[in-house]
Ligand binder design. Structure first.
Ligand code: BGC
Length: 738
């Protein structure tokens, strides 16, 4: 477990020393400036504003405050900051430049743990759960909803959009990210960011880059071949960025190949700017800035949450570095222009946030509960369903619900992204109360929701602390539902073993063959009892309406349609790194062979494969065709619902070439809603980068001419049809986008 930077005692900071320019009151000025509504593009508007700015005003925009008091560092948040928030960058009222009010994060409007009063907001399911829907439209809707709450709460920057690839299933922040595949992660996280930004606010894709474990996150060094990075973690970022054009990118805590991510010229300038042509601004993670001159010149534009740094690098030290000629005035202009440009491009000038209520209207929260519930329902993955134990019949007579605080609520992931719910923690005291806690249970009780669905059943709850007592209670019931949880959070990595709960599941399943396990986990876990349980449902961290979502799936009001965004291993020795995440150097010698690609390359069978997910109906594929034209491959096929219920399918197209990091890659996917007996024709284009290998010296994607296989499947391990296609040679520039 790493020591959290929030728990870390550090030298006092004299505020007077660090301020380049005193924070100015940041109420919105009337838009009387010449650039207001000038009908110019964001670049031209930014240049107009820049021309009017003094050096101190420019320095104001590049220097971020923490939005919450930090007693350990003798820091008091500026009064203009939103109380309990992550960040605040003063505006310039003289020029009508709004302040930036920054809030975490990916599942909704979070409040910092140290805040005296918490905002109570709607929480989506975890980012990994939303990815498990494989439905970009749903991700967009969720993003639009939390972005609306951010705006309504007085924020115009949301620090949301985690897309670090899951190359280490024990990474404690996997729940915030989009799983192990670059196309899936980039597409889903990009859709969520686009939804957030549809509220005329900025969203911040993060944590750039290769921030794939929490152990030793502040100083750890991720060692990876740059070409492999382009084809894995960086491709996920590239796709998310091109799908959403985020206003900001957050550079990460770790070092990459020896250099801190926030002072990494290759990452920040070569890849982001020159190769991908992205025009937003780079902000540092809170405490991830380690220098003034190196960071500013490498491509960092905004130093966030300065009290977390050893020094206020972009405060007085930056002013001094400019005076000494170590950072050029032109670079400060560029930094300022990029920030202003994003603020113009994403509507921060034209659509100012005006109010910042601590409470939101109950009508808004009621509408938003439907959005998060729909997301959680589609995210739920039915991993196993022997003898059609699910869905449960509403006429079931006796149900025993066991463990996981299922009588009270559903688990959430912890850290800076934690959203506090209306009603408070349903099971306080379940773990550490302070950072990286609290362990939060949202007050959406699966038990109560189950009772509502089966009004005539005898439903009892057993807390699961005594496996023998739970087994005795479960014996003879129509069904036993065991809730098993894995708590994960920021600043620590996790075990894949469901501590203390494996014995519980085994005991209950031995006593009652009609046992269904409901998992609430941050990511993959070991399920050594998988053969014993009749049913297994992965509900992830399902958000503030999670209890209802789980019950709706259990009883078939909703047909499960989630599919795994990450492989569930059987044992640690199946992973590229069986040993615990370590401190110092971590060499990712598996390169781009991440997740299912690793399992495929090694020929080892996971417990549950990437892409796996069952349904209460069945789907059949036919007529697969693949055609190469215009330098890419188009795939068409027919999907039929062959069962008796309406349901949603996730059709997955994989591509296989030779000389790749792995036998196959996900090339395209589509989620479809089909009535019983209905069929539909689907046409999908394969992103040509997924047929290519990155050529480092040429700085380009290269498709080798030859025969490729196109595989259509229900999961990465359940392929229904395969065709081959001849593809001509093609070179795609490094910044190619669809
Ligand atoms: C996290 C970021 C977060 C920031 C602000 C950091 O600890 O890594 O994801 O946005 O804090 O709270």
């Amino acid at each position: 477990m790493t020591i959290s930077r929030r728990a870390f005692a550090a030298p006092l900071i004299a505020l007077a020393f660090c301020l380049a320019a005193a924070p100015v009151t940041a109420q919105q000025a009337p838009a009387a400036q010449p650039w207001a509504n000038a009908g110019l593009d964001p670049d031209a508007l930014a240049r107009l504003v820049l021309a009017q700015m003094t050096e101190d005003e420019k320095l104001t925009l590049v220097f971020g405050y923490f939005g919450t008091d930090f007693p350990g560092k003798d820091f008091k948040a500026p009064p203009e900051a939103r109380p309990g928030s992550a960040g605040y960058v003063p505006g310039i009222p003289r020029l009508g430049i709004p302040a930036q009010w920054q809030t975490d994060a990916g599942i909704g409007v979070a409040t910092q743990g140290g805040a005296a009063r918490k905002r109570e907001r709607t929480a989506l399911p975890s980012g990994l759960a939303t990815t498990a829907t494989w439905d970009p439209d749903l991700a967009f809707k969720g993003g639009a909803m939390i972005g609306a709450e951010a705006r309504a709460s007085g924020f115009n920057v949301m620090l949301a959009g985690g897309v670090d690839l899951m190359r280490e299933p024990r990474n404690g922040r996997n729940f915030e990210y989009g799983g192990e595949d670059p196309l899936l992660a980039g597409t889903m996280v990009g859709a969520q960011i686009a939804g957030i930004q549809s509220n005329h606010i900025i969203s911040t894709v993060k944590h750039y880059a290769i921030n794939d474990q929490e152990t030793d996150r502040d100083t750890g060094n991720s060692i990876i071949d740059p070409v492999a990075a382009r084809m894995s973690d960086l491709l996920a970022f590239q796709i998310a960025i091109e799908k959403s054009n985020p206003g900001s990118v957050m550079c990460s805590y770790n070092r990459v190949n020896g250099t801190h991510a926030c002072e990494h010229p290759w990452l920040l300038t070569q890849v982001l700017r020159k190769d991908w042509g992205w025009q937003g601004f780079v902000m540092s993670d809170w405490g991830a800035t380690h220098s003034t001159v190196a960071a500013a010149n490498a491509g960092l534009e905004q130093d966030s949450g300065f009290p977390f740094d050893k020094e206020p690098y972009f405060g007085a030290p930056l002013k001094a570095a400019i005076a000494k000629g170590e950072v050029s005035p032109a670079r400060l202009d560029e930094m300022t222009t990029r920030i202003l440009r994003s603020m113009f491009a994403h509507g921060l000038f034209d659509h100012p946030v005006t109010e910042a209520p601590m409470d939101l209207a109950p009508e808004m929260l009621a509408k938003h509960a439907d959005v998060t519930r729909a997301d959680a329902e589609d995210a739920t993955v039915l991993l196993k369903n022997d003898r059609a134990i699910l869905p449960l019949s509403p006429s079931v007579k006796s149900i025993v619900v066991i463990g996981g605080h299922a009588d009270k609520g559903v688990l959430a992931g912890s850290g800076s992204s934690l959203v506090y719910p209306v009603g408070g923690n349903a099971a306080p005291g379940s773990g550490p109360a302070a950072w990286p806690g609290p362990v939060m249970y949202y007050p959406s009780s699966p038990l109560e929701a189950i009772k509502r669905q089966a009004p005539n059943a005898r439903v009892i709850y057993i807390d699961g602390s005594d496996p023998a007592a739970a087994a005795a209670a479960a014996k003879g019931a129509d069904v036993a539902l065991v809730f098993a949880t894995q708590w994960a959070g920021e600043s620590f990595d996790v075990s894949l073993t469901l501590k203390g709960q494996d014995a519980l599941v085994s005991a209950v399943a031995a006593a009652n063959p009609k046992t269904v396990v409901v998992l609430e986990t941050g990511g993959p876990v070991f399920t050594p009892w998988a053969d014993q349980a009749a049913g297994i449902l992965e509900a992830w961290y399902p958000g503030t309406a999670g209890g209802d979502a789980i019950a709706n799936v259990l009883f078939g009001k909703v047909n499960p349609s989630g599919h795994l965004p990450a492989s569930f291993p059987r044992s640690l020795d199946q992973l590229p790194k069986p040993s615990e995440p370590n401190t110092g150097d971590t060499t990712y010698s598996e390169g781009a062979t991440v997740g299912y690609k690793w399992f495929d390359a090694k020929g080892s069978a996971p417990q549950f494969a990437f892409g796996h997910g069952l349904s209460y109906t069945s789907f059949a594929y036919s007529g697969l065709r693949a055609r190469a034209a215009d330098g890419s491959v188009t795939v068409s096929f027919t999907v039929r619902n062959t069962g008796k219920r309406q349901g949603k399918d996730v059709a997955q197209v994989y591509v296989a070439g030779s000389g790749w990091e792995a036998p196959k890659r996900l090339g395209a996917f589509r989620k479809l809603d089909l009535a019983p007996g209905a069929s539909t024709q689907v046409t999908l284009a394969i992103d040509p980068r997924l047929l290519a290998v990155f050529d480092g010296p040429a700085n380009a994607w290269k498709i080798a001419p030859g025969t490729y296989q196109v595989l259509l499947g229900h999961s990465s391990r359940d392929i229904a049809q395969t065709v081959s296609v001849n593809v001509p040679a093609r070179t795609l520039p490094v910044g190619w986008r669809p």
